[in-house]
Design a protein around this ligand. Structure first.
Ligand SMILES: Nc1ncnc2c1ncn2[C@@H]1O[C@H](COP(=O)(O)OP(=O)(O)O)[C@@H](O)[C@H]1O
Ligand SMILES: [Mg+2]
Length: 333
């Protein structure tokens, strides 16, 4: 049920013609319904909001909708949203793309698989360097299946107190049974190697062990996604518990070209001098290439122009590259 605050918010955003605010409150209601286990209501609100969007803007990051009706500690542990991301927006190696399609197919046909005693793949470990689409993959899995994306908040999950983290993990796994969704343990190494956060090897071991037991016993219908940049630091016992381990890599040159062509399709990408642009993108991650495109597009819009030229883009990519270099050296220091 909607709270009084939400009803007031809906009315005031309607009165002030604030469509975005109106949709946000409506999506908060959908997220609350999903959390309460009313998937049908959540879906129908979500569809109504969808239909109300007359113009769809390409690849906008989903807005996180905090769970508005906290049920004890769960509200602090999970953030719910309905990402509008599709797998087709992602630029990935063919094999990885096919494996993700397979995950989707198995989950779409979960019922018929289960009626034959078969389980769809639904525990995934995503491994790879930053900015190559691990988080986006979880968003796309949610976007494609229509399930809510529930992101586990490590800063509230991992605490300094003995046993408390394990109890919170248990709460999250219980939620997976009640509310079907895509549950994302992002930056999963925080859990797998929580030594650094607790300074207590025994406690880190216990957290990993309880995760192993919980994922082993998990018989929910939710999709569980763990993503990490550092698989070498993960406890090896963790690997066996996943149905699929998907490795992400930095983009190849044709992939970079595709990323730029997609992102700048409305800014005259067809006229770019690809040789120069691709040379300027060497070594950048997917995320850095996309952000470089967005920077160049912003420069152009602010200057009152309509198309991104080769010089605009190479300059924006150069700025990205030097920003990355200084961030990396700051991290080393
Ligand atoms: N494979 C990809 N295809 C298209 N865009 C991507 C891809 N990977 C990253 N991006 C862009 O970079 C952003 C950040 O990527 P993200 O998924 O957060 O990376 P990671 O989780 O691997 O660090 C995405 O929201 C998207 O705009
Ligand atoms: Mg990420």
């Amino acid at each position: 049920m909607a709270s009084a605050e939400q009803i007031k918010s809906l009315v005031t955003s309607f009165a002030s013609r604030d469509d975005e605010r109106f949709r946000t409150v409506a999506m908060e209601l959908a997220a609350a319904a999903a959390r309460d286990g009313d998937a049908a209501l959540a879906k129908s609100i979500q569809d109504m909001v969808d239909r109300s969007r007359r113009t769809t803007l390409p690849s906008i990051a989903p807005r996180a909708v905090p769970i508005t009706r906290p049920d004890g500690e769960l509200a602090a542990l999970l953030t719910a949203s309905f990402p509008r991301v599709h797998l087709s927006e992602m630029v990935l190696p063919t094999e990885l793309h096919q494996r993700l399609e397979r995950v989707l197919q198995e989950n779409r046909q979960a019922e018929s698989l289960r009626s034959h005693g078969l389980e769809p793949r639904r525990r995934l470990l995503l491994v790879g360097p930053p900015g190559c689409g691990k988080t986006m993959t979880a968003q796309a899995l949610a976007g494609e299946t229509g399930l809510p994306l529930l992101v586990i908040q490590f800063h509230t999950l991992i605490t300094r107190y003995m046993g408390e983290t394990a109890a919170k993990l248990f709460t999250v796994f219980e939620a997976m049974k009640r509310t079907r969704g895509v549950y994302l343990f992002d930056e999963f190494d925080a859990l797998g190697t929580s030594r650094s956060s607790t300074n207590d090897v025994g406690e880190a071991r216990r957290i990993v062990n309880s995760f192993l037991q919980l994922i082993e016993r998990d018989d929910s219908e939710s999709i569980i996604v763990a993503a990490t940049n550092h698989c070498e630091t993960l406890d090896h016992a963790l690997f066996r518990r996943f149905d699929d381990i998907l490795t992400f890599t930095r983009p190849t040159t044709p992939m970079v070209r595709q990323l730029i062509a997609n992102r700048l399709a409305m800014f005259g990408a067809a006229k770019l001098e690809w040789k120069r642009v691709l040379a300027a993108s060497k070594g950048l991650s997917h995320a850095e290439v996309v952000r470089g495109c967005e920077d160049a597009a912003k420069d152009v819009v602010m200057a009152g122009r309509k198309t991104v030229g080769t010089a605009d883009l190479t300059e924006a990519l150069r700025r990205r590259r030097s920003g990355t270099r200084s961030r990396r050296s700051a991290a080393k220091r």
